[in-house]
Design a protein around this ligand. Structure first.
Ligand code: ZN
Ligand code: FE
Length: 259
């Protein structure tokens, strides 16, 4: 078995539109849940895989991401890793992680990036060797997180951190919002062939009750309007050809809030 193959991932739906994620290192026999949206669903997934929980890795403090922390910690005595900037709001946190800090998960190197916008402390986790990342509520398929705490400027620079990763990177977003995001995306980027095609692909998946997550950075660069605020066609369509990328991003985010 190659080292890259020795990280197993397991994804499952929970709550109304969240995804839960387990990652497992079979050599060290450790298992993490990325966030704690729903304790029962996480326990069922662990049982199904026959894995024991050793770690919680949190992206941000919202209840559908950290709400199960204490209950799972009580049951399993797991180690909780989360954003330094949000440490006071992450229940049971044991280890804080700062921007661009690396840590080990068994054999695997994880690099954390602070991506404020949705919340001020939001963190995303990049497993470079496995070409995958857990992006929480910062980026969604064809969407991005609502700006509950941060500014458009913060979110635009957070998304640009993700944009610099290798294009093949698989992005595990925490919600299934894809169909609604596709509908909105077409209102700002109506002539984008890749987007028109993707909307049909997504409808087919959802009609068959299949997830649209994970996505890849390359697909997002082609179809996600929030990553494409620098695109001249989008700017022209919005009547913003003279505007900066940031102004265009802010306008797209504002329109999505009212969509
Ligand atoms: Zn959230
Ligand atoms: Fe969420």
């Amino acid at each position: 078995m190659t080292q890259a193959a020795s990280l197993e991932t397991h994804m499952f739906p929970c709550l109304s539109d969240n995804y839960g994620f387990l990652i497992h290192d079979p050599i060290h026999k450790i298992t993490a849940t990325i966030d704690t949206p729903e304790v029962t669903a996480i326990q069922n997934a662990l049982e199904e895989k026959n894995w024991s929980l050793t770690h919680i890795i949190n992206t941000h403090h919202h209840y559908d991401h950290a709400g199960g922390n204490l209950e799972l910690k009580n049951i399993t005595d797991c180690h909780i890793i989360g954003p330094e900037a949000d440490q006071s709001r992450i229940p049971g946190i044991d280890q804080t992680i700062a921007h661009e800090e690396e840590f080990q998960f068994g054999e695997h190197k994880v690099k954390a990036f602070h991506t404020p916008g949705h919340t001020l402390g939001h963190m995303v986790y990049h497993f470079e060797e496995q070409s995958l990342a857990f992006v929480g509520d910062t980026l969604f398929a064809m969407g991005c997180g609502r700006l509950f705490e941060g500014t458009p400027e913060q979110m635009w620079s957070s998304l640009n951190i993700i944009k610099e990763w290798p294009e093949k990177t698989q992005l595990f977003c925490a919600h299934e919002y894809t169909q609604a995001n596709a509908e909105f995306a077409l209102t700002v980027d109506p002539d984008n062939e890749a987007l028109l095609k993707r909307k049909i692909d997504v409808e087919n998946l959802r009609n068959n009750n299949q997830p649209t997550v994970p996505t890849t950075l390359s697909i997002e660069k082609d179809t996600n309007p929030f990553l494409r605020a620098n695109d001249s066609n989008i700017k022209a369509h919005l009547g913003m050809s003279q505007s900066s990328d940031l102004e265009t991003f802010a306008e797209i985010r504002k329109r999505k809030d009212n969509f």
